[in-house]
Design a protein around this ligand. Sequence first.
Ligand SMILES: *[C@@H]1O[C@H](CO)[C@@H](O)[C@H](O)[C@H]1NC(C)=O
Length: 471
Amino acid sequence: MTLFTLGAILCSLLALATALDPIEVKGNKFFRKDGSQFFIKGKQTFSTIEIAKRAKIQIVYHSTCAGISYQLRPNDPLIDTEQCQRDVKLMKELGANALRVYHVDANVDHDGCMKVFADAGIYLLIDLDTFDTYIVPVHNFWTTRHYTKFAEVMDTFAKYDNVLGFFVGNENIASKDDSLVAPYLKAAARDMKAYRDAKGYRAIPIGYSAADIRVGPMLQNYLVCGGNSSESVDFFGLNTYAWCDPGTYTTSGYNDLAEEARNFPVPIFLTETGCNVPGPRQWADMEAVFDEDRMAKDWSGAIMYEWIEEMNHYGIVSYGPPVPKGEPMVDNDIIYDGFTRKGTPTPIHPDFDNLKTRWATLHPTGVSRGDYDPGQVVTPACPTSTQGGWWLVDGNSPLPVLDVIPTRHGAGRVMLQSTGTAAVEGEHVQDSDGGQFVQDVDEDSQAATSYISFSAIVVLGLSFFWGLGGT
Ligand SMILES: *[C@@H]1O[C@H](CO)[C@@H](O)[C@H](O)[C@H]1NC(C)=O
């Protein structure tokens, strides 16, 4: 190896390390290294931050930008550097500062895309789980197999300073009776936080992304209750499509969301949003999210759903016309599920421009780290179960340990049974439509095969759009 190549490698490593400073959590807020509050969304272009950084100016006015759901096809979008380069231009035009990615492959190199996004001031929120490691409600398992795979994803991404956080799950609880899986999600967060700390990684926040259903406040409080921060999620995300334009703060119920998150002890933000009916989308909910009199005092921003236009019609860019009706739907490197998923993105009008304009007008100031008193936050009481209701977990019970496998006896009753092995497991296979089947091999299972919840499928970004809001 010549000195030149060594130098080049060191430079690229250095560039990687210094391209973007990691975001840290204090109380229920995200902060940049310079002490300014970080909101997921935006205005204020990255160049301003860069200029200020170079001049070592303390930015009092925090930078805000936009979060985008970014999943071009079922597999990892962060391994195609050229595609990331093509996409990042429009993301910058939009003012994005965060991307959410649902499925990554721990065994592939991500340096290219991670640097493309770091250079653009864009942070990544990444799911530790994927299709075959999803914590499925009907199983309620948190096993060594999950743990090992989650750890592999963390090992792959922990080195990037522009990782904003990891999810242990997305919408695992999506219908009545699903709440029984909540202790396993919390156990997953506990164990992955312990793993992160044992490995000496920086304190990358580990959280959960919830469906907007009526377990809302209970689940939200449960995941942070108990008074032991080692057992709480580091942030809570909510996917909501409750605000359809024209809508209001009260008709959408966002006012209730604000109330339910008052002085919440960890950062909370919308991890999916952007109702698309009747359209065109006005993104008026962003006004409330970033308004400090309404939500921005406790909420840390929003991730719009989603980048690519596909069958569900939530996209804001297109890579080409859909495969015409009647023509065979052939999946290949370019096309998947009838849509082109690679190439030069074209904004979809007027939704793209509406979002750009909306984000460009919002300037929450937030609070500087030094002025912020995290003592204001309140740890909620653990919710108790409501018999026959949506929330079936006694929040004060100890969390399950790894590999303790529950056995269900009738609706809603779960007994813990320690086997010390992860051998009894569901097998997950993906069907041809991209939906996920769960082949149930649990000992006392009733149904041999069941679909996982619709909302979980929607967020894979693959499915038809059946109903209002997608949850
Ligand atoms: C907090 O939780 C961790 C992880 O479960 C545990 O090891 C620790 O003992 C707990 N601390 C207290 C004070 O209970």
